[in-house]
Every structure is written in structure tokens, then in C-alpha cells.
Design a protein around this ligand. Structure first.
Ligand SMILES: [Zn+2]
Length: 285
């Protein structure tokens, strides 16, 4: 995104490559040079024979931006929002479409900067101050909980003071992205909400092929089942599968232990589900 719009003025190599392909395809169809006529004929033949061609690439990449290329010599046009864009204005149309793409899918700059800070462990924690900038901080204990070392790992995944608030919120937001995709794949919803949307999943979704429950307690018949609040339970009636989805956001090095912890935690529940739905296959995700 350009600096003028609050970005960093960086260009994506992939997007530039695609833009060039689109523009080259358009240019090919407005150039009256006889040599270019030969190139056009060659490229059209390539399309017919199913080979790689600049025409096909150009059209494909334009479609990603909701632009339809109509390549007719000598006046190729691109159609955007039902309006024809002449060859000379195609560059602008691509630029406009890219801006919209960035604004609708990307995070704000300060969020990206914040994430980078976390990745590179440059967050101004006490440990960072003490060991990297060598400023004399008397202790390195966490300012929120006072228990552990205040470093990025602790702030992101080990602090008891924010476990029930920030971590829970993060868990719900991350889970939502996955859950909406699952719902979409089962035709329980028609549109996947973008990750930043404030919409939260409903407790129940149902159609004739599937049922999905979100964050509902599963009342067990036996009392041994303690961990019976699950992030989601999806019953696929066609393939006869019950899927239990549990999301966790662990620190990378804790991933394996978290995995086995969840598996143990839900083993009783799995058994319970198997008993309850004997005809179906159980699978936990
Ligand atoms: Zn803490």
C-alpha cells in the first residue's frame, strides 16, 4: 500500500507480476505493428492448444480483481462493475482494484507493525529492557501478574492475569475463522465473514445434511466427563461423522504438549460421544 494511504510504500512482487501480465495482454491487442499480429496469432494458437499463453494468464489475473478482459483487436477493453474501461485506462483500473483488495483484506499498518514487533521479540518488556537495551531495571517480574519473567513468551501465552480475558478473546477470534470455514463447507452459511468482523458464531446451525453447535456444553450421561464444554461439535449426517473441534493458541514450543493435553482432556468425552452415537465415526480435530 502506498505511503499516502498509510502503508509502507512496498510493492508485492506477485501482484506486480500479475499486473504486468494483464497489461501485456491488453497491449498486445492494441498494437498495430505487423510483428505483433504474428505474436497475437501465436498466443491465440497457444490458447487453442491448451498451452501457456499471455492471453489466458492476463484474463485469469484480471478476473482475480473482478475485471473482465475483452481482447478484441484493435480496441481491447476491461469491464469493471459493468463499465468498459479503455486500454489506456486499464493501468488505473488495476491500481484501483488492488487498493480495494488491500483495504478489504489487510490489517491496519499499526497491527502489522505490532505483529512484527512480537515476531522479532522487540516488545519493550522488562526482559528486553534489561538484556537488550541494558537499561537497569531492578526486577524482571511481569507487571501484570508478578509471577514470572516478563518476556514476549510470557505476555503472549503464559500470563495468568490476562488468561481469562485477552487469551480467551484471542482464542474465540481465531476459532471463529476456522469455524466459519467449516460452516461454509457444509452449506450451513453462504458467506464466510472476514477475520476482522465482529460477528460471533451462533450456538446452533442446522440444515438437512449437518448440524453444528458452537461452544455448547455436552451433557454427558456419566459424571466422569468433566471437560464437556467444547468449542464446536459438528455432526455430518451424510457421512455420519461427529467432529469435535478444539482450538488452542499455544506458544510454538508448547504445541506438542498442548496437543497431547487436549487429547487427554477430551478422551473421556470421545468415549462418551462414541457411546451416544454408536453408528457414527468419531474424530477430534
Ligand atoms: Zn504475567
Amino acid at each position: 500500500m502506498s505511503r499516502k494511504l498509510g502503508g509502507r510504500g512496498l510493492k508485492s512482487v506477485e501482484n506486480e507480476f500479475k499486473n504486468t501480465k494483464i497489461r501485456a495482454a491488453v497491449k498486445l491487442y492494441c498494437n498495430a505493428d505487423p510483428t505483433m499480429a504474428a505474436v497475437r496469432a501465436f498466443e491465440e494458437l497457444a490458447v487453442q492448444n491448451g498451452h501457456h499463453s499471455i492471453i489466458k494468464d492476463g484474463k485469469k489475473y484480471a478476473e482475480e480483481l473482478d475485471l473482465q478482459l475483452k481482447l478484441n483487436f484493435p480496441n481491447p477493453v476491461a469491464v469493471a462493475d459493468g463499465k468498459e474501461v479503455k486500454a489506456k485506462k486499464v493501468k488505473q483500473a488495476i491500481y484501483k482494484a488492488r487498493q480495494q483488495e488491500i483495504q478489504s483484506t489487510n490489517a491496519p499498518t499499526h497491527t502489522i507493525a505490532g505483529v512484527q514487533e512480537l515476531y522479532q521479540q522487540l516488545l519493550p518488556t522488562k526482559v528486553y529492557y534489561n538484556r537488550k537495551t541494558k537499561s537497569q531495571v531492578t526486577d524482571e517480574k511481569c507487571r501484570l501478574c508478578g509471577d514470572s519473567l516478563e518476556n514476549v513468551q510470557h505476555i503472549l501465552s503464559g500470563c495468568s492475569a490476562v488468561a481469562q480475558t485477552k487469551y480467551l478473546q484471542r482464542h474465540n477470534n481465531a476459532f471463529k475463522v476456522l469455524f466459519f470455514e467449516v460452516l461454509r463447507s457444509l452449506d450451513l452459511i453462504t458467506k464466510v465473514e472476514p477475520w476482522f468482523s465482529q460477528v460471533t458464531p451462533k450456538p446452533l446451525y442446522e440444515n438437512e445434511h449437518a448440524t453444528a453447535f458452537c461452544d455448547v456444553p455436552l451433557f454427558a450421561d456419566t459424571t466422569q466427563v468433566k471437560a464437556n464444554r467444547i468449542d464446536a461439535k459438528v455432526i455430518d449426517k451424510t457421512s455420519k461423522q461427529v467432529k469435535v473441534i478444539e482450538m488452542s493458541c499455544p506458544w510454538l514450543e508448547n504445541r506438542e504438549s498442548e496437543d497431547s493435553e487436549k487429547t487427554t482432556k477430551y478422551s473421556q468425552l470421545r468415549l462418551e460421544l462414541t457411546n451416544r452415537y454408536p453408528e457414527v465415526q468419531g474424530q477430534s480435530v
